[in-house]
Design a protein. Structure first.
Length: 160
């Protein structure tokens, strides 16, 4: 089951072309051509399955990391982002406006693994000025999809 979830999380299945054709009222061939063009033009860059890892026996930790950086002259943020996103632990990299420059989503098997990644790989990078790491304690919604809350909170509200 773990391998299947891993594969699905990286490369999920989408609706088949005939289902999409029926929904759009066009032929299956038209759907196939349009999808191929969108994929070739890199408008559609992948398909994704959202997995509620809390309902599996797989231990996964997600962290949001803010980086303040000083990009090297002539390279800008793009070269630094490329160096960072090549690490398999890094799931997303965004250039930001505001108090920090880059926002990363990083996954690991434990908090220690993520902390070591930050300390040994990110923080020592020449352009990195500061890092701030925030561990995700629970996901309620991701990519517009709500994660079901099967457990009911039975704690009583206490007011003072």
């Amino acid at each position: 089951m773990n391998e299947l979830l891993d594969i699905m999380g990286k490369n999920s299945f989408r609706l088949n072309d005939s289902e999409i054709a029926r929904m759009l009222g066009i032929t299956e061939e038209e759907v196939t051509k349009q999808l191929e063009k969108l994929e070739n033009d890199h408008i559609i860059v992948g398909y994704k399955t959202l997995i509620d890892w809390e309902k599996t026996d797989i231990e996964t930790v997600t962290a949001l990391i803010e980086l303040r950086v000083t990009p090297k002259r002539g390279e800008g943020y793009d070269e630094l982002a490329k160096r960072i996103y090549k690490y398999p632990q890094v799931k997303s990299v965004y250039l930001m406006s505001g108090a920090y420059d880059l926002a990363l989503t990083v996954e690991g098997k434990s908090m220690k693994e993520v902390a070591l990644f930050v300390a040994q790989k990110l923080a020592p990078m020449e352009s990195v000025v500061t890092t701030a790491t925030y561990f995700v304690l629970r996901k309620y919604k991701e990519d517009g999809v709500l994660f079901d809350d099967d457990e009911k909170d039975t704690r009583q509200v206490i007011t003072l």
